[in-house]
Design a protein. Structure first.
Length: 132
């Protein structure tokens, strides 16, 4: 029934989130190796604000996260790392793919570029990810 479908969907979502966190951590490792770490404070605040918005306010947002043991510092770190990774991917993509090649499907091309970059990093560090 629906309970089995919900469990399956929940498991798939957890796996997807975990994979994303692992991949962003790999890219953050590569960025650290290259000495790249800075993100604008205003961008971090904006990113946190976008997460808070659907909850109607900061208090409701953090009350919900507290149920799962997630603190303000966790959120800040996640947003900061996500922005760093996004900026790094954008910069690497821009340097690697000439504008005339990028064309109309730039988001799709960035997706594949990111996939290839992650695979290169995994090979460099000899990392294999196995999720059930």
């Amino acid at each position: 029934g629906t309970e089995g479908a919900d469990k399956k969907a929940g498991k798939a979502l957890r796996s997807e989130v975990l994979t994303t966190v692992i991949e962003e951590t790999l890219i953050a490792m590569e960025m650290s190796r290259l000495g790249l770490k800075e993100v604008e404070e205003s961008a971090v605040k904006d990113g946190i604000g976008k997460l808070i918005e659907p909850f109607g306010g900061e208090e409701a947002f953090y009350a919900q996260l507290k149920k799962y043991g997630i603190t303000h510092e966790h959120v800040r770190g996640w947003v900061e790392r996500t922005l760093m990774v996004r900026d790094y991917i954008d910069a690497q993509f821009t340097m690697s793919v000439p504008a005339e090649v990028a064309g109309k499907n730039i988001q799709i091309e960035k997706f594949y570029f990111k996939r290839n970059l992650i695979e290169d990093i995994k090979k460099r560090y000899r990392i294999w990810i196995f999720l059930k």
